[in-house]
Design a protein around this ligand. Structure first.
Ligand SMILES: *[C@@H]1O[C@H](CO)[C@@H](O)[C@H](O)[C@H]1NC(C)=O
Ligand SMILES: *[C@@H]1O[C@H](CO)[C@@H](O)[C@H](O)[C@H]1NC(C)=O
Ligand SMILES: *[C@@H]1O[C@H](CO)[C@@H](O)[C@H](O)[C@H]1NC(C)=O
Length: 394
């Protein structure tokens, strides 16, 4: 801007000032390049330079929902997949935001054995349920960047020094230190002085799932965090891996093909297989995908496929139209950083989020395009799977 002004102000000295402009611009470029290179080499990525330390503030108040996501309740020993647990965690984080309290996060996340193929699970039959849980869980900060989350909603872990300090302070404060609550509304927690002035609110959430606490809020303006919040808060090493892979993929499209768990069938009383998603098995096979996505993904594009289908070469047929890529193509980048399937899926999600055109398995939002028209929601009706294809099906 300044350069432009001098230039305009002295029209008669044009040749000299243009030399000056070139010189200044060159120097500015060199300085910028130097700054950029040192920035990137120290940060790896440009996500966050701010290190916020909410933990140091003594005036903070805290919200605790327990030391395991979705526990107490039916999910204490086993657990659901990553997406399900994230819905629960997001619900708790929204409450903390609403109450302007620091959220005390569980320090570990349970890994559902169905969702883990990376073999950290050995289940000696004599292990206690506590030991089995520890073996099938991973550190929360191996999945998420807590500093990055804290920029939107301050969090601490329940194995941290700060948490132990909060607990001992709350003990000293007696009745002003802690309020154990169950079934109390958010508005009451925020507005009633018997809650709002207390150092620590210890909520016992719904035993069905934590996210049930957010279930009845059809009020869009009351939703504070989008679905994409936690996926984009991936731990730094996972974000760096995703950036590298995205760089190698270049200009690409992506599909998420959910098979595995979602294809579950059970026999009715006549011995006939039935499923909750009658078209899903058909719609996630390469022949159908081929036909379905042609209108969105032009011939010759690079197509990144994230799937829990484990049959080798299952999607190979698509290679007649597209240049196929899977996370397995990038094992030299992923193997050193990814320790379990949750971490792998977090990287895959970041890659899918960066695609030019992204096709989900199920339609979730109004603007989504999807592989199947079956609803994601559990309809509770078990139907006979459909394999035939009508014209207009795809
Ligand atoms: C939170 O409340 C539950 C249920 O009342 C209780 O079992 C648990 O010990 C409490 N946690 C803390 C940290 O006080
Ligand atoms: C919806 O939520 C906003 C923000 O919390 C609140 O101000 C508004 O009154 C709510 N509307 C309804 C209809 O509940
Ligand atoms: C990925 O690996 C498959 C074989 O598993 C190969 O056919 C494909 O060309 C590879 N894609 C890329 C982008 O390297």
């Amino acid at each position: 801007m300044a350069i432009h002004k001098t230039h305009k102000g002295k029209p008669l000295q044009r040749p000299r000032s243009s030399i000056l402009v070139v010189l200044t611009a060159t120097i500015a470029c060199i300085v910028l390049l130097y700054l950029a290179s040192s920035f990137f080499s120290t940060n790896g990525l440009s996500f966050s330079t701010k290190k916020t330390s909410f933990q140091s503030s003594n005036s903070d108040k805290y919200l605790y929902w327990g030391n395991r996501i979705d526990c107490p309740g039916k999910h204490c020993d086993s657990c659901e997949g990553l997406g399900h647990q994230e819905s629960s965690l997001r619900c708790a984080l929204e409450e903390a935001m609403f109450l302007q309290r620091t959220f005390v996060m569980p320090s570990r996340m349970c890994i559902n054995p169905i969702h883990n193929k990376k073999g950290i699970l050995h289940h000696p039959s004599d292990a206690s349920s506590e030991e089995r849980w520890a073996a099938s869980s991973c550190a929360m900060d191996s999945l998420y960047d807590l500093d990055l989350i804290s920029e939107s909603v301050p969090v601490i872990l329940d194995n941290s020094k700060q948490w132990h300090r909060v607990l001992s302070t709350s003990m000293k404060l007696g009745s002003r230190g802690i309020a154990n609550v169950q079934g109390v509304s958010r508005d009451d927690l925020k507005l009633k002085s018997s809650y709002s002035n207390i150092l620590l609110i210890n909520r016992t959430a719904s035993p069905l799932s934590w996210f049930m606490e957010c279930k009845d809020r059809n009020n869009i303006s009351a939703i504070l965090l989008p679905y994409s919040f936690l996926p984009s808060m991936a731990a730094k090493k996972l974000r760096i891996a995703a950036e590298k892979i995205k760089g190698l993929l270049g200009d690409y499209d992506a599909i998420h093909v959910r098979r595995g768990d979602k294809l579950k069938t059970r026999k009715d009383r006549f011995g006939v297989d039935r499923t909750l998603h009658p078209h899903l098995d058909r719609d996630t096979r390469p022949e159908f995908i081929h036909c379905r996505i042609a209108k969105w993904v032009p011939l010759g594009r690079t197509l990144f496929i994230a799937s829990n289908e484990r049959t080798p070469g299952f999607f190979s047929r698509l290679s007649s139209r597209y240049k196929l890529a899977y996370s397995s193509n990038y094992s030299s980048i992923l193997d050193p950083v990814v320790q379990n399937n949750y971490e792998l899926f977090m990287v895959e999600r970041l890659i899918m989020m960066g695609a030019k055109t992204f096709i989900r398995t199920f339609k979730e939002g109004d603007n989504d395009i999807s592989l199947t028209d079956d609803p994601k929601k559990n309809t509770k009706t078990w139907q006979i799977p459909v394999y035939t294809m009508e014209t207009g099906d795809c």
